[in-house]
Design a protein around this ligand. Structure first.
Ligand code: NAD
Length: 373
């Protein structure tokens, strides 16, 4: 039975639309309804305390609906540091051997997996088995088969599986998607996605096939793939792809340095994309329709995102992507809200199907059909 105080709180909350960040409507951040009606908080344990985890956790200090309450790490010194920074009690700290124990911990609702790509699959299965929601970094897995198993495991456990696609909540991205959906660009004909950077240290896990599942495509090329899908608004049905390798020592067998690829969509729209670990200043989207265009550069970096269309500049206010993402994901998990551009397991899986097809097209040199089976 709910208390009178709770009841009054709920009535009041649902009657007032509380502005989110800097007076911007929640709609622009990718949810179909206001996300901030409910004051409950998603209690999140972070798994893997590396560079992106630090960025996420720092951004979460400004969250209204999500909070770092636990950590899972193999490095005791990092755990100590995080305990101090985020006020995490000993009972919410785990390592990779004992983290199944989270199942009995009411301080943890969800685990955000921010480890090397190949670990996402086994770690998701264990978190789901512990009955906790999973937020998993991109790429969700290293192939479509593993992605499917993750979806099934979370479904079976009755927990959410969300993929860390922060751009799906970014204001410029959402405005361009709105314009395209409402016909302001006319029928879409072409998308260009350029995603890459020059990678440094040759010993890092990103250049180790066992841990990365590939090279640039898994890490950065996935932004062009995912962007092609949400910008065009269709799922591609064929791909052609070409690989170029200038440094076979740094980029060993199975670790792609540069791949250009082309996608075809059911409407006849086409995309031309580049994924690379060997070029800087490569973060650009261009979308072309019969009635207009949209361009973004940078398009998927940490921001501010810069964008313009045939109508002029957009440049909507910058909000730290991971803050918005985690508040919105909390609203999805706690209140059942839906994202405008999905971030669920199926969304992550489609990117993995396309990556599998790109690798196949590189191998065969032929146009490969993309089958979502
Ligand atoms: P990182 O190397 O900085 O951190 C990885 C962490 O995993 C480290 O703390 C490391 O100790 C830990 N780890 C656990 N088991 C390990 C093992 N067996 N081998 C190596 N490290 C192990 O990497 P990162 O940049 O934080 O990337 C982590 C994940 O986050 C990747 O999947 C990456 O694609 C994703 N990521 C996403 C974004 C984004 O914008 N969404 C940005 C950066 C990284």
């Amino acid at each position: 039975m709910q208390s009178r105080r709770n009841f009054i709180h709920k009535i009041t909350a649902s009657a007032i639309s509380i502005p989110l960040v800097a007076g911007i409507s929640p709609k622009i951040f990718g949810l179909t309804e206001t996300a901030y009606h409910n004051e409950s908080e998603l209690k999140v344990a972070i798994m893997g305390l590396g560079s992106y985890a630090n960025r996420v956790a720092d951004a979460m200090k400004d969250c209204k609906r999500a909070k770092v309450t636990g950590v899972i790490s193999g490095t005791p010194s990092k755990i100590k540091d995080w305990q101090a920074r985020f006020n995490i009690p000993d009972k919410n700290c785990y390592n990779y051997e004992n983290f199944d124990g989270i199942k009995d911990n009411p301080d943890i609702d969800a685990v955000y997996i921010i480890t090397p790509n190949a670990l996402h699959h086994p770690q998701t299965l264990r978190v789901a088995a512990a009955g906790k929601h999973v937020i998993c970094e991109k790429p969700m897995s290293i192939n479509a088969q593993e992605g499917r198993e993750m979806i099934e495991a979370c479904k079976k456990a009755g927990v959410h599986l969300l993929i860390g696609y922060r751009m799906h909540f970014e204001a410029n991205t959402l405005e361009i998607v709105r314009m395209r959906r409402e016909g302001e660009l006319g029928p879409i004909r072409f998308f260009q996605g350029l995603s890459g950077f020059k990678i440094g240290d040759p010993t890092q896990w990103r250049l180790n096939r066992e841990l990365a599942g590939g090279g640039a495509m898994m890490d950065i090329g996935i932004y062009a793939i995912n962007g092609a899908r949400y910008m065009v608004g269709e799922e591609p049905i064929w791909v052609t792809a070409q690989e170029v390798k200038t440094d076979p020592v740094k980029f060993r067998e199975g670790v792609d340095e540069t791949i250009t690829f082309q996608l075809g969509f059911p409407s006849g729209a086409i995309a031309s994309c580049l994924s690379t670990y060997n070029m800087n200043y490569l973060d650009k989207f261009y979308l072309n329709g019969d009635k207009g265009f949209a361009e973004m550069q940078p398009s998927t970096g940490y921001g501010p995102i810069r964008s313009w269309t045939h109508k002029g500049r957009l440049d909507l206010p910058h909000v730290t992507h991971q803050t918005t993402q985690m508040d919105q994901m909390a609203a999805m998990i706690l209140d059942g809200k839906k994202a405008i551009i999905p971030v669920d397991g199926e969304e992550g899986w489609k990117d993995m199907v396309i990556i599998d097809a790109i690798f196949e097209a590189v191998k065969t040199g032929k146009k490969e059909e993309i089958k979502y089976l």
